[in-house]
Design a protein around this ligand. Structure first.
Ligand SMILES: [Mn+2]
Length: 231
């Protein structure tokens, strides 16, 4: 029972606090977004706000990716400046009393083109279907296939270059793993991420991630996944 990564009520409460900190940090960061701000500046602000809100720290190195940098799933923030027409991907989390949160949103800064919008909509729907598929007794490979098959059917299968998600708890990455090779089965009370993405080298990327309690089906975050456009 200790190694099945099923969370106790007390552990879930800590994870919800970690997710709530991340939600509040995200609100703060959206208010900091402006033309010319750098990826680095936003990443540093995420770290300081996460600590200011009472978390022990961030749960992993924050990813902030503007425009073509979004094509790298693990982009390390640089001094790249934000311009209108870019998509922005932010992947971040907090640690509260030893428990982690993990959260990704992609939003638009100014007007985006048709391709950016199309790709956003595909990832949005894949992620929504993936969240709905995270139920007790479902194979992790089958849950992965829900997002993967949707993106492949939309024509972007080769641009989805990582697994659908992973368990989260004391560790930012823990079992079970949702990918095409997984042989695990989801158990009620586990917490997993659902985070499909599409990455177009040299152009753009979109990833949307929520933590979900298996058996509940409701994301931890209070931020919905509709496309947000900042002006
Ligand atoms: Mn994740």
């Amino acid at each position: 029972m200790q190694n099945d990564h099923v969370k106790s009520a007390q552990q879930l409460a800590l994870m919800r606090r970690a997710a709530a900190v991340t939600d509040d940090v995200y609100d703060h960061i959206l208010a900091c977004v402006c033309e010319g701000v750098t990826e680095d500046e936003l990443a540093r602000e995420i770290l300081s706000k996460t600590v200011a809100l009472g978390a022990e720290g961030v749960s992993f190195d924050t990813i902030v990716a503007f425009g073509e940098s979004g094509a790298e799933p693990h982009h390390v923030p640089t001094d790249k400046r934000l311009e209108r027409g870019m998509l922005v991907t932010i992947d971040m989390g907090a640690v509260v009393e030893g428990f982690c949160s993990d959260f990704t949103r992609t939003f638009a800064f100014g007007d985006i083109d048709e391709e950016q919008r199309r790709i956003y909509d595909i990832v949005y729907e894949a992620q929504r279907l993936g969240v709905a598929a995270v139920r007790a007794g479902v194979g992790c490979r089958a849950a992965d296939a829900v997002t993967r098959d949707y993106i492949a059917a939309a024509g972007y299968g080769e641009c989805y270059i990582h697994g659908t998600g992973h368990g989260v708890g004391r560790e930012i990455h823990e079992p079970p793993t949702l990918n095409p090779k997984s042989e695990e089965t989801l158990l009620a009370g586990q917490v997993v991420t659902v985070e499909p993405g599409i990455y177009i080298p040299g152009r753009m990327g979109v990833r949307i991630e929520d933590m979900v309690l298996v058996g509940e089906g409701r994301p931890f975050s209070r931020h919905n996944t509709e496309l947000l456009t900042l002006r």
